[in-house]
Design a protein around this ligand. Structure first.
Ligand code: F6R
Length: 619
């Protein structure tokens, strides 16, 4: 999605702002722009395409010549933006920042202003003229309309005119020491440095400059200057909030020696899972989730659990469903968040609704969680991001501790989510008496071994996965088959391959093959089958026999030592043996690697696949 960076302070800020945008590149964008204020006037430059084009346009490259150089390189206040087109085509005119009629105001905006058409009509009737097709531009004109010498008040009045979900930042040529931002549903954070302040849509944009962060909440207006930040609400009432220190290592935002962020993050999975389970398994038979502060009464009376999520997070939820039902014997329903929110669901006070979202900012998941909460359900968020919206739209939060994930394709956040679901399953099993203490102790011991087994798997399958990738990299279609707890692994493996290699995939419950999809198979079709140990292994293997009989080329992911699986398939990728319910957290690893190597063999940008961005905050 779009990215916002703003700076006010004592340093020339053009390069700082562009460096901030570079840190947000992982979010995906199609154009970029920058506005700098100096000597009472604002210079704005926009460019379609990547940041190299913006750098060239502002004369940052080479000898500094040849660009439409921003005339104010010493400017110490400015705004910058990366745009992901929603309203209006990908053109220079539609790139941000956007100005008012006299170019006294400049704004950058993330998200969507829903009532932009009606506001545009009103403003046009008042004589405002527009230079872009965007919903964002009307924000600059509204500020122009409301401005009476106080940018904060003009932003507040503008904010109150808008409907939708957005975050924006504004500056005015008459106020060379102030930036003002506002937030409604899209992320906005302020960074507080020594004699300087930042505004951004995500912390990495200024992490190299300061670690003191102020999280802006929905409905708030924030004014920053060299001295710091002041927050007020939509009515103008001051809000007091302390800054928090971000403890992320700056290296987290770098590739750490790997060729891509995705590969780095695949290899961070042992840590991500270890961190997620670490202090929550304090004894041999105890799971400590007291941090949830959910009362015992509620746990005793939960009638059912509903899991809402999107994409990869949904697949983690599917694994969690098996674990919770198997161990705690509480019925679990799964829903794709974008469907749930629109189908008037039957949900109420005896339901525990779990929203899984690594970013904590996915609009559909947040809306589903809010709906369930409005109807009286208790809502638990599972998220990777402190301070994200999901943490505020829930009654309890279980953090995964995967660290920042830069690659668009979720990998370490997925395994951390699965680990969190296992913790939850065991905790509920203990609280509801679904499992005896011995079985819980056995599972905890297995779970504690998972990080080292992930490491072992990544090491042991790598060469073989590369070889399989080489022999299949030019295939035009892949089918993934699995049953029971292997099915979510197939869904996730298939999603990884399609999103980073653009090869069509289908993932099916293997028992459904005979009801239609078997018609897809011919001698050239690679079929990836998850055949790890489980109560349905025999059935999976007979499905494998069915597809092999049609000539398909079967790659099986199987539990170490499973001669049946090895014999039943053309090629096998073994993962270490563990309890069958825990097997998915290992079985996904070769499939992440397979997708990765196929995409790389096809020379594709795995960190930033086309048409995709990390956080889906707009519908
Ligand atoms: C796929 C992927 C997406 C996300 C989905 C939900 O690799 O990353 O499918 O899982 O957009 O995102 P979160 O978890 O942030 O709600």
């Amino acid at each position: 999605m779009c990215g916002i960076v703003g700076y006010v302070g004592g340093r020339p800020c053009r390069d700082l702002l562009v460096a901030g945008l570079e840190k947000l590149e992982y979010r995906g964008y199609d154009s970029a722009g920058i506005a700098l204020l100096e000597n009472g006037s604002i210079d704005t430059v926009r460019a379609v395409g990547n940041l190299a084009n913006l750098r060239a346009a502002v004369g940052m490259d080479g000898d500094g010549n040849g660009g439409v150089a921003v005339a104010a390189p010493p400017a110490t206040i400015g705004l910058a933006h990366t745009r992901w087109a929603t309203h209006g085509r990908v053109t220079e005119e539609n790139a941000h920042p956007h100005g008012d009629c006299d170019d006294r105001v400049q704004i950058v905006l993330n998200g969507i202003v829903e009532n932009h058409s009606e506001l545009r009509r009103e403003l046009a009737a008042d004589g405002h003229t527009f230079s872009s097709e965007t919903d964002a531009e009307i924000v600059a004109h509204l500020i122009e309309r409301h401005y009476d010498g106080d940018l904060t008040e003009a932003v507040r009045a503008t904010f109150n005119d808008l409907r939708g979900h957005y975050a924006f930042a504004a500056m005015h040529a008459d106020q060379p020491d102030t930036l003002v931002g506002a937030r409604q549903e899209c992320p906005l954070v302020a960074g507080l440095g020594d004699g300087e302040s930042f505004l951004a849509s995500a912390i990495p944009a200024f992490l190299a400059q300061t670690r003191d962060v102020l999280l802006i909440e929905n409905g708030e207006i924030v004014t920053i200057d060299r001295e710091g930040a002041r927050i007020t609400d939509a009515a103008g009432t001051p809000v007091s909030r302390d800054a928090e220190e971000v403890t992320w290592d700056e290296g987290t935002a770098e590739k750490g020696g790997y060729p891509t962020f995705m590969m780095k993050e695949i290899h961070e999975q042992p840590d991500a899972v270890a961190e997620t389970i670490a202090d929550r398994l304090p004894t041999t038979d105890g799971v400590d989730l007291s941090e949830l502060e959910l009362d015992d009464d509620l746990i005793a009376r939960i009638r059912r659990i509903v899991i809402v999520a999107c994409g990869t997070s949904y697949h983690a939820g599917l694994v969690g469903r098996y674990a919770i039902e198997q161990w705690a014997r509480i019925p679990v329903e799964m829903d794709i968040a974008s469907e749930y929110r629109y189908r008037d669901p039957v949900v109420g006070p005896d339901d525990l609704v779990i929203g899984i979202t690594q970013s904590g900012e996915t609009a559909d998941t947040l809306a589903a969680m809010r709906l369930a909460r409005e109807r009286g359900a208790t809502v638990l968020a599972i998220t990777n991001i402190m301070g994200s919206q999901a943490t505020r739209d829930s009654d309890a939060v279980l953090f995964t501790r995967a660290g920042l994930e830069i690659g668009v394709a979720a990998t370490k956040t997925f395994t951390a989510q699965v680990a969190a679901m296992y913790l939850l399953g065991l905790w509920l099993a203990k609280a509801r008496g679904g499992l005896g203490p011995d079985r819980i102790a056995e599972l905890i011991a297995e779970l504690k071994h998972v990080p080292s087994r992930i490491e072992e798997t990544l090491e042991s399958v790598d060469d073989r996965v590369r070889a399989i990738a080489r022999s299949h990299a030019s295939q035009r279609f892949f089918l993934y088959l699995g049953r029971n707890i292997g099915l979510p692994v197939c869904l996730e493996g298939a999603l990884k391959l399609k999103e980073i290699s653009y090869i069509p995939t289908d993932a099916y419950a293997a028992g459904e093959m005979k009801h239609g999809p078997i018609a897809l198979l011919d001698e050239s079709t690679p079929v990836v089958c998850v055949a790890t140990d489980s109560p349905v292994l025999e059935k999976v293997l007979s499905n494998v026999a069915e597809v092999r009989a049609r000539g398909a080329d079967v790659v099986a992911v199987a539990t170490e030592g499973s001669t049946e699986a090895a014999e039943a398939s053309d090629q096998v990728l073994f993962v270490p043996r563990t309890d069958w319910v825990l097997q998915p957290i290992l079985a996904i690893l070769p499939l992440q690697l397979l997708a990765y190597y196929i995409a790389r063999l096809n020379d594709l940008n795995v960190d930033q696949p086309r048409n995709l961005a990390k956080t889906v905050t707009v519908e």
